[in-house]
Each structure stands twice: as structure tokens, then as C-alpha cells.
Design a protein around this ligand. Structure first.
Ligand code: ATP
Ligand code: MG
Length: 236
């Protein structure tokens, strides 16, 4: 008897390659500092992709698998014992490696789209820009852990730090990163904007200071153009 697939249909994807080639799904990430509205806008974005007829897997970082969620609890928890910047960086990439191998790659290879609430740019912006770890170190880890995997589209929700902080204050919960000072978030925000200007084709920067409806409409526009590219590639 044929053994069961080790991952979500890695075997089936290979079979599909021989006959009807299965198109790889698209990988979309949502980034931005705390409180800009990533989680709020995620469902709208996912609905737009599903309405276009694609199956979507949603996930988040740190976390997204049972083991990676345990790492999330460690990184964002309120333990008395301090976590060094280096440990934080390595824990983020440990969580990311598990998520990539167990969820993201298998889903994309099975033709599904993946939408992630934060991904590798968060390490560049928080551990690099925010904590001051040299960006080369972050990028070396990214190359090692991700190999050829990169988001097709990164939606960067951008808003002034005081706007975002006012929203998290209203939300009322504070994890370890939430308790950092405004200057930290200012550095993180700037780092995200620098990443976006370095890779303008991958990033869509959206003004997140507006109303929920305004931000949602801007996201819809970005998804529409990604769909357009996807469809024109299918028919060419
Ligand atoms: N455009 C908006 N206008 C007003 N309030 C908003 C807007 N977007 C989100 N909010 C509210 O701001 C709060 C923070 O939003 P959300 O939790 O989606 O942010 P987030 O980017 O996911 O934050 P975190 O990084 O901490 O997970 C929520 O209470 C949400 O309802
Ligand atoms: Mg969130």
C-alpha cells in the first residue's frame, strides 16, 4: 500500500507536475507596527482572494502551527526572565522555519494561496531596525531559513506611531513588545518604510491612518491588481 503523504500532499503535487501542472499559489504577507490594523484587515483581504476563486490558507507570525505558537508564547509572554535580542531573533526564525516547512510551502505547492499576518519583514523591522541587530545577520538567517521562498506581495499598513498606539490602548491588551517606547516603534516604522522603498515591486504601502472602510478599499485595489497579473499570466 502507498504510504501516506508526509506533508500536505507533497506527493500529490509531484504527481500533478507530471500531468496537469499545478500552478503554485501566491504568498501574501501583511506587515506594519502594532495597532495599524493588520488582523482587522486580514479577513477582508482573504475574502477578496476567495471571491476570486482561490483557496486560501491564513496564518500568523510568530506562531501559525502548534509548536510555533508555543514559541510565540515565549517571545511575547511576560516572563520575569529577560530574553536577549539575539534569543528573540533566533526564536522568531525557529518559529518561522517550522511554519514555512509545515504549512506555507506545502500549501503553495498544492496551489493554495497563503496570507500571513506578519512574516520575515517583521524580523528585519523589529529585530533589525528596532533592536539594532545588523541587517546582514537578519538577512543571512532569512536566506538560510527561507531559501527560495519570498512573498509575492507584502501589504505594508503604515500609520503614525501615535495613531497606532492610540488604537492598541483602546484595545486594552499589552504584550511584551507593546510595552516598548514610542521611539522603538518609530524606528520599526521607518525600517518598514525603508524596506518598502528598497523593493517597490513587492511592497504595497497603504495609508492605515484612515477609516476602516478607506483602508479596506485601498487593500481591495492592491488585490485586484495582483489578481490581474495572476490571470494574465494564466492566459499567456
Ligand atoms: N482604520 C481603523 N480605524 C480605527 N480603528 C481601527 C482601524 N483599524 C483597526 N482599528 C482598531 O485598532 C485596533 C488594532 O487593530 P488590529 O488588532 O487589527 O491591529 P494589528 O495591526 O493586528 O495589531 P497587532 O500587531 O498588535 O496584532 C483594533 O481594536 C481595531 O478594531
Ligand atoms: Mg494583530
Amino acid at each position: 500500500m502507498r504510504p501516506p503523504c508526509r506533508s500536505i500532499c507533497g506527493g500529490c503535487a509531484k504527481i500533478a507536475d507530471k500531468g496537469t501542472a499545478l500552478a503554485r499559489g501566491k504568498f501574501i504577507t501583511i506587515e506594519g507596527i502594532e495597532g495599524v490594523g493588520k488582523s482587522t484587515q486580514m479577513s477582508r483581504l482573504v475574502t477578496a482572494v476567495e471571491t476570486a476563486g482561490y483557496e486560501v490558507v491564513t496564518t500568523r507570525e510568530p506562531g501559525g502551527t502548534p509548536t510555533a505558537e508555543l514559541i510565540r508564547d515565549v517571545v511575547l509572554g511576560h516572563a520575569e526572565e529577560p530574553i536577549s535580542d539575539i534569543a528573540e531573533l533566533l526564536l522568531m526564525f525557529a518559529s518561522r522555519s517550522i511554519l514555512v516547512e509545515n504549512v506555507i510551502r506545502p500549501a503553495l505547492e498544492a496551489g493554495k494561496w497563503v496570507v500571513s499576518d506578519r512574516f520575515v519583514d517583521a524580523s528585519r523591522a523589529y529585530q533589525g531596525g528596532g533592536r539594532g541587530i545588523p541587517m546582514d545577520r537578519v538577512n543571512d538567517l532569512a536566506d538560510w531559513v527561507l531559501r527560495d521562498l519570498a512573498p509575492d506581495l507584502t501589504v505594508l499598513l503604515d500609520a503614525p506611531v501615535d495613531v497606532a498606539m492610540a488604537r492598541t490602548d483602546r484595545r486594552g491588551d499589552h504584550d511584551r513588545l507593546d510595552s516598548e517606547k514610542a521611539e522603538f516603534y518609530t524606528r520599526v516604522r521607518q525600517s518598514y518604510l525603508d524596506l518598502a522603498s528598497g523593493e517597490p515591486d513587492r511592497f504595497a504601502v497603504i495609508d492605515a491612518a484612515g477609516t476602516l472602510e478607506e483602508v479596506s478599499a485601498a487593500i481591495d485595489g492592491v488585490i485586484d491588481s495582483l489578481m490581474g497579473e495572476s490571470e494574465s499570466r494564466k492566459s499567456s
